[in-house]
Design a protein around this ligand. Structure first.
Ligand code: ZN
Length: 198
């Protein structure tokens, strides 16, 4: 893959991406290759890479987990942020998000079956479902409120009502223990941006 600068001060890695992968407990290994571009933001790992399939093999359709701008939907933004915060290298990001994604695409193409991706729906509703699971919440509005809490200073957010509906301030509820580790992973503006998309 080639390395190029991007307008925003980040870098773009583009070219043929080869991989081999298998699912745990399954014999068969899939080897395949896709034309891929990975845009790494200037502030990585405090923002997440955006990945495009540029060879035209993956239909730009929600059921293939491709966003309307052609980027691949590799997971919910906060999930991806947690991954890069925990292991801040492009290689690790690729191993943990892009390879499983392309594995699923490749498998669906070769078997003719429907896209064997996770149960999460695409887009905002999928992200909200993922945030409910990540933060131990039960409704989409609660998940959205949790994202807004991350966009506030910790001491301000902790004085507000907890998103879980427990009736306590956030600072008194266990939900804060799920949110606080993410606070250093990105700026408050990043979380505000993601909350606005929901
Ligand atoms: Zn609570």
């Amino acid at each position: 893959m080639k390395l190029e600068p991007t307008g925003g001060g980040g870098i773009r890695l583009g070219g043929l991406f080869r991989f081999s992968a298998s699912r745990p407990g399954e014999e068969s290994t899939i080897e395949d290759q896709f034309q891929i571009a990975i845009e790494v933001p200037r502030v990585f790992p405090r923002d997440i890479p955006v990945v495009f399939e540029t060879g035209g093999r993956i239909p730009r359709l929600p059921e293939f987990h491709v966003n309307s701008d052609g980027s691949l939907c590799l997971g919910s933004p906060v999930r991806l942020l947690a991954i890069v915060a925990g292991s801040p290298s492009i290689l690790s990001f690729v191993d943990r998000t892009l390879v499983p994604f392309l594995f699923a695409v490749s498998k669906s193409v070769t078997s003719g079956r429907s896209f064997p991706f996770g149960e999460l729906p695409h887009g905002a509703s999928g992200a909200l479902a993922d945030y409910q699971a990540m933060f131990g919440l039960t409704t989409a509005p609660q998940a959205k409120q949790a994202l807004w809490a991350l966009s506030l200073k910790k001491r301000v957010a902790n004085k507000r009502p907890c998103p879980c509906g427990c009736g306590l301030r956030l600072g008194r509820c266990r939900v804060r223990l799920k949110l606080n580790p993410l606070r250093n992973a990105a700026s408050r503006a990043w979380f505000a941006r993601e909350a606005k998309k929901l």
